[in-house]
Design a protein around this ligand. Structure first.
Ligand SMILES: Cc1ncc(COP(=O)(O)O)c(C=O)c1O
Length: 456
C-alpha cells in the first residue's frame, strides 16, 4: 500500500490461519537444541525466542540488502538489522570485499597495523569534537571504558546515567542498575545513580546530594524523545560546573542522526563519546572517542597512574578496521544518513495512514526520528501491551516483514518500504479486530517479554 488504494478491508482471520501461513519447521526443530546448549538459546538476549511470537523464524540462514532468509527458506524484509548495526545492508559488497582483502593479508599481528591509524584518522575526521580514539570490539566495552576513564580523571566513584534509556553496557556498573541484576555486588549497584531525561532539576539535585562524588553523567543525547531546547547544553554546563565528565553514548545515534553523531546534530560536544554498531556495518568494531586531556590517561606519555584502557587481543582485528574504513567512505560519498531519514519518513507516512485508516491512533503509534523509528503497542485501555506487540509482530511476519522496530537501512528501497506499509496495513487490520474481540482470539501462543526482567 503506497496510498489509500492499498488499504485492506478484509476481516481479520482468527489464529489458526496465522499459525499455518509459513513453515517454520526447521527453525522449530533446532530451537530445543539451541536452548539446551546456549543459555537463552542465543548469544544476544534481544534475539532470543522470548522476544518473538511463536509463529516466527527461529534462525536466519542468510541476508542480502534488507532481506533475510530463515532456515526454512522464508524471505523477510528486515528492520533494525543486527540490532541496528547493519546500516548499509547485509553482505554489502564493497564492505565485504574490503574485509576479505584484509583477511587475506592477516588478521592480527604482534605489532599494530597502519589501518589502526588510518581508521583513527577517519573517525576523528567525522567526529569533530574528539581528539583521540581507541577501538574495541563492542559497545559495552567502550562505554565501560568511558566510565573507567571518567573515574580515573576525576578521582570519583559515582556514575549518573539516564534512567529513561534502556541500555548502555553488559557490564556491572550498568546491568546492576536494571531488573536483571543477579550476580552484581551491592557495592557496585550503589555506585550508579539515575536521572530522568529532559529534567535538569533532578540532575542538579543528584549533584547536590552527592557533592564532589559524581565522576560522569552518561546518556544518549537523544533516544526516542527529543531533547528540550537547551537541555543538552545545560547538562554540559552543569557537568563543567560540577567537575564531572559528560559522556554521550552514540551507539545508536552515531552514523544515523548525522555522520558526526547526535553531538553534531544537536551542536553539543561531550567530553567523551562512544560509537559502535553502524561504524562497521555489522563487523565487530566500536570506538571510545574524546578529549585528549582525558583520553591521554590511557596513553604512554602520561606521568600519573596509568589507566588500563581497552587493551584486548581482538580489539583491532584488521578486517573489522578495513570494513569500518569502507563503511565511512560509503557514508561520506553516498549521503547515507540523508537516505535513512528519507526512507524513514516514507515509512512513517504510510504507517500513519494505516493507523488512521483503522482508527487505532490511541493504541498503535510509530515514534522517534525517521532514521530510528520504533512502534508502541497498547491495549484497549491505552496501556502498553506485550500481547499486542506480539500480535503485531506475528501478523507482520505473516506478511513477510521481520520488524522488532522500524529502523531502516541504506538498502531499504521504495519498493521495500511500500511492501512493508502494505503488510503493516494488513497487520493493523487484525490488530483493530483484536482490540474489539480480545487479543487471545488472534494471538498464537504466549506473548513476548521485556529483555530486562527479574524472572523468566
Ligand atoms: C545505546 C547502547 N549503548 C551500548 C550498547 C552496547 O553495545 P554492544 O551490544 O555492542 O556491547 C547498546 C547495545 O544495544 C546500545 O544500544
Amino acid at each position: 500500500m503506497s496510498g489509500d488504494k492499498g488499504h485492506t478491508d478484509t476481516v481479520a482471520t482468527p489464529n489458526a490461519s496465522a499459525a499455518d501461513a509459513r513453515d517454520f519447521s526447521k527453525s522449530r526443530a533446532l530451537q530445543p537444541k539451541a536452548n539446551a546448549l546456549i543459555p537463552g538459546g542465543a548469544h544476544t538476549y534481544a534475539k532470543g525466542s522470548d522476544q518473538y511470537p511463536e509463529q516466527a523464524p527461529g534462525f536466519i540462514a542468510r541476508g542480502k540488502g534488507c532481506h533475510a532468509w530463515d532456515l526454512d527458506g522464508n524471505e523477510f524484509i528486515e528492520y533494525g538489522m543486527g540490532l541496528r548495526a547493519v546500516t548499509l545492508g547485509h553482505a554489502f559488497e564493497s564492505v565485504v570485499e574490503a574485509a576479505h582483502r584484509q583477511m587475506q593479508l592477516g588478521l592480527n599481528f604482534n605489532r599494530p597495523v597502519k589501518l589502526e591509524v588510518d581508521l583513527a584518522e577517519a573517525m576523528l575526521g567525522v567526529i569533530d569534537g574528539a581528539e583521540m580514539v581507541k577501538f574495541a570490539k563492542n559497545g559495552s566495552d567502550v562505554t565501560t571504558a568511558a566510565v573507567k576513564l571518567a573515574r580515573a580523571y576525576t578521582g570519583r566513584d559515582l556514575v549518573a546515567i539516564c534512567a529513561d534509556q534502556p541500555f548502555f553496557s553488559t557490564d556491572d556498573w550498568f546491568i546492576g542498575s536494571t531488573e536483571t541484576n543477579a550476580g552484581i555486588p551491592r557495592a557496585i549497584i550503589e555506585m550508579t545513580l539515575k536521572f530522568p531525561y529532559n529534567d535538569l532539576v533532578q540532575l542538579r539535585e543528584l549533584f547536590d546530594r552527592h557533592p564532589g562524588q559524581i565522576a560522569c553523567v552518561l546518556l544518549e543525547a537523544e533516544a526516542i524523545t527529543p531533547p528540550d531546547r537547551g537541555y543538552l547544553q545545560a547538562v554540559k554546563e552543569l557537568c563543567q560546573k560540577e567537575g564531572a565528565v559528560l559522556v554521550f553514548d552514540e551507539m545508536i545515534t552515531g552514523f544515523r542522526w548525522h555522520l558526526g553523531g547526535a553531538q553534531k546534530f544537536h551542536g553539543v560536544v561531550p567530553d567523551l563519546s562512544t560509537f559502535g554498531k553502524a561504524m562497521g556495518n555489522g563487523f565487530a568494531i566500536a570506538a571510545l572517542m574524546g578529549k585528549r586531556e582525558i583520553m591521554r590517561l590511557g596513553g604512554l606519555e602520561y606521568d600519573q597512574p596509568r589507566v588500563f584502557l581497552l587493551s584486548t587481543t581482538h580489539g583491532a582485528e584488521t578486517h573489522a578496521l578495513a570494513a569500518s574504513l569502507e563503511t565511512i567512505r560509503i557514508y561520506r560519498e553516498q549521503n547515507v544518513v540523508e537516505f535513512l531519514w528519507k526512507q524513514g519518513e516514507r515509512l512513517r507516512a504510510g504507517v500513519n495512514q494505516a493507523i488512521a485508516h483503522h482508527g487505532i491512533a490511541g493504541q498503535f503509534e510509530i515514534v522517534g526520528r525517521a532514521c530510528n523509528l520504533v512502534y508502541r503497542t497498547k491495549d484497549q485501555t491505552g496501556e502498553p501491551s506485550q500481547a499486542f506487540r506480539t500480535l503485531f509482530l506475528q501478523e507482520l511476519i505473516r506478511g513477510g516483514i521481520l520488524a522488532p522496530s522500524f529502523v531502516v537501512s541504506f538498502s531499504h528501497s521504495d519498493d521495500d518500504i511500500d511492501r512493508t506499509i502494505d503488510a503493516v496495513d494488513r497487520a493493523l487490520s487484525v490488530y483493530a479486530q483484536a482490540l474489539h474481540d480480545g487479543v487471545q482470539k488472534y494471538l498464537v501462543g504466549r506473548a513476548v517479554k521485556p529483555v530486562n526482567r527479574k524472572f523468566n
